[in-house]
Design a protein around this ligand. Structure first.
Ligand code: AMP
Length: 380
């Protein structure tokens, strides 16, 4: 099956070709026809499965045949948990909107940035990608109206609910028209998701793309047993010795992330930390510089373990183990995306051994372990 069999707007087929999307991914094959038919959809799929295009393409196609609303009434609302994801989703809408016969304006809004420019820019927006809190602020300021929404997308719905946006979500649901199309994407099925699914979705098409495990085969996993005090030198050794040019390092706390980035810089390895204490501009710059290859190492807390797509990221290093096996999967899932192979390295201290065994058991896969303490780290 090719993209041209799916019923998408012809202008999109050219853009797909330019973007080197040759064939639809499984989620796209299943989701696109249903979304075009205006059906509700529950997509159980993680970032990396191609889920963004699976809703962007049919939404843009449907909007080509719809009367576009005016006067701060948006047609499509995409709710996302973080500003990074908001920007990423908006960018995909932008890429696929170029040259459409009926021009479509997409905008991303999120907290931590000043609200006035967002209010002013809202005029004529057809597709709004928003984090819940900022959306409510904009509605309260009359900068946007939600009563004519035709399609609602909840992207990373599990994360939206986990981050405690439940009250905001309830408020937003009250503002939406009853008759609308609902598309809900979640990396996992949980009780929360089940509840919201029952509440929001009507006779949905369910698409389940095996998550987590699905692309484990694309990830070359390796662990180093290492004592706590040798972790820093080992990290620097790995980056320099293996000539890693783009590596995402995960730390368990903000303090640790800053500290790791500091030490890397002091040792001549260009690094920047990103986490919730950084300003929204700093976070955006860090991610885009890293994506563009201008920054060799990005040190992140679990803020970035979900939802962020970095093309061709070759290596992820867990400087510290995440608390849950799920987070481990999300972290290492930043590499080995879109059918490209990647490497995931985990530093395991003696105290971590037991926890790491649990993670491997949950993943149903055993990770090769090397002795990090046996490596000569002098000079690192
Ligand atoms: P997503 O899961 O939406 O974050 O997408 C993961 C990555 O796959 C992104 O870099 C997309 O540009 C890419 N992608 C999505 N669909 C396709 C496709 N059909 N062919 C090639 N690349 C794709």
């Amino acid at each position: 099956m090719s993209f041209s069999d799916l019923g998408l707007a012809p202008a999109l087929l050219n853009i797909l070709k330019n973007q080197e999307y040759e064939n639809p991914y499984p989620i796209q094959k299943e989701a696109i026809p249903s979304i075009l038919e205006k059906r509700d959809l529950l997509g159980i799929a993680r970032t990396g499965s191609g889920k963004t295009a699976s809703f962007v393409l049919p939404i843009l196609t449907n909007l080509q045949a719809t009367e576009i609303s005016q006067n701060r009434h948006v047609n499509v609302l995409v709710l996302v948990p973080t500003r990074e994801l908001a920007i990423q989703v908006r960018d995909v809408f932008h890429i696929f909107s170029v040259g459409l016969p009926n021009p479509i304006k997409t905008m991303a809004v999120f907290g931590g940035a000043s609200i006035n420019p967002q209010m002013k820019a809202m005029r004529g927006v057809n597709i709004l990608v928003a984090t819940p809190g900022r959306l409510i602020e904009l509605v309260e300021s009359n900068a946007v109206h939600l009563s004519l929404i035709q399609t609602l997308v909840l992207d990373e719905a599990d994360k939206i609910l986990n981050l405690g946006f439940k009250d905001e979500m309830d408020e937003i649901f009250k503002l939406l028209p009853k008759k609308r199309q609902n598309l809900l994407f979640s990396a996992t099925l949980s009780e929360n998701i089940d509840a919201i699914t029952q509440l929001v979705l009507k006779d949905p098409k369910v698409v389940k793309i095996e998550s987590g495990e699905a692309n484990l085969y694309l990830i070359d996993q390796l662990a180093y047993n290492v004592s706590e005090e040798k972790k820093g030198p080992l990290l620097r050794y790995l980056i320099k010795n293996q000539d890693m040019q783009q590596v995402l390092v995960f730390a368990s706390s903000i303090f640790k992330a800053d500290n790791i980035a500091d030490k890397l810089n002091k040792n001549g390895i260009q690094a920047v930390a990103t986490h919730s204490k950084k300003s929204s501009k700093a976070r955006r710059d860090a991610l885009s510089n890293f994506k563009d290859g201008k920054m060799r190492v990005l040190v992140a807390t679990d803020l970035l373990s979900r939802g962020i797509d970095i093309e061709f990221l070759a290596c992820v290093i867990n400087y510290e183990l995440p608390r849950s096996p799920k987070d481990y999967l999300h972290r290492i899932g930043r590499t080995g995306r879109a059918e490209a192979t990647g490497k995931a390295i985990t530093l395991v201290t003696p105290e971590d051994q037991h926890h790491f065994k649990i993670i491997q058991k949950k993943m149903k896969c055993q990770v090769d372990c090397e002795d990090g303490d046996a490596i000569n780290l002098q000079g690192y």
